[in-house]
Design a binder for this molecule. Sequence first.
Ligand code: PRP
Ligand code: MG
Length: 210
Amino acid sequence: MSLTIAIPKGRLGSQAIEMLKAAGIGESIDEKSRKLVFDDEQRNLRFMLLKNSDIITYVENGVADIGISGKDMIMENSADIYELYKMNIGKCKISVAGIKGKKIFKDDTIIKVATKFPETAKKYFNSKGQKIKIIKLNGSIELAPILGLSDVIVDIVETGNTLKANGLEVFEDMYPITAMVISNKISYKFKRKEIKEIIELIRKEDEKYG
Ligand code: PRP
Ligand code: MG
């Protein structure tokens, strides 16, 4: 296969796959099957469905030439990859949130922060001079303050529905997020033409979401 493309599973993945299909390059992908690799023989493309947090690892190591990843994962991993195209899908933000009406920020206390983005959280609170203790979780972060595991959370907010449904609110917005097309550095050197062609097809569809 001339190009291997890493696609995330889940919410962002569904949007990305829909876009690829509309762009005429994702026809072979069947999200409902349990298969994880799909070949487009005609276009010489191989698609791999991966967990969101693994896309960067595959691209950085060159197992995938390009991939679609949320900016949240890129920030968290500070990977040695190129960010080639900022997409209009996957728009959300990373925010500090906690129990509604209970915002506590005191310089001299150590705030307990539950998150799946420890590096991003550290960087953010460091820059504010706020001391924190990270509690690393892998999902359902919103439960942490409710159950007393943490004071606040650092997590993705898209519609805000999850926060609301759990009695939480945004205390501070940290960073805006979108999906990005990323590339392995060596792939970009040797397969630049193919990569640019694919990005051009994606861009034409993506602009409709702008
Ligand atoms: C993500 C994120 C928030 C929620 C935000 O969780 O971690 O919990 O979506 O979306 P909303 O603002 O539209 O409600 P996800 O559903 O991916 O599950 P997880 O945290 O358990 O991995
Ligand atoms: Mg969640």
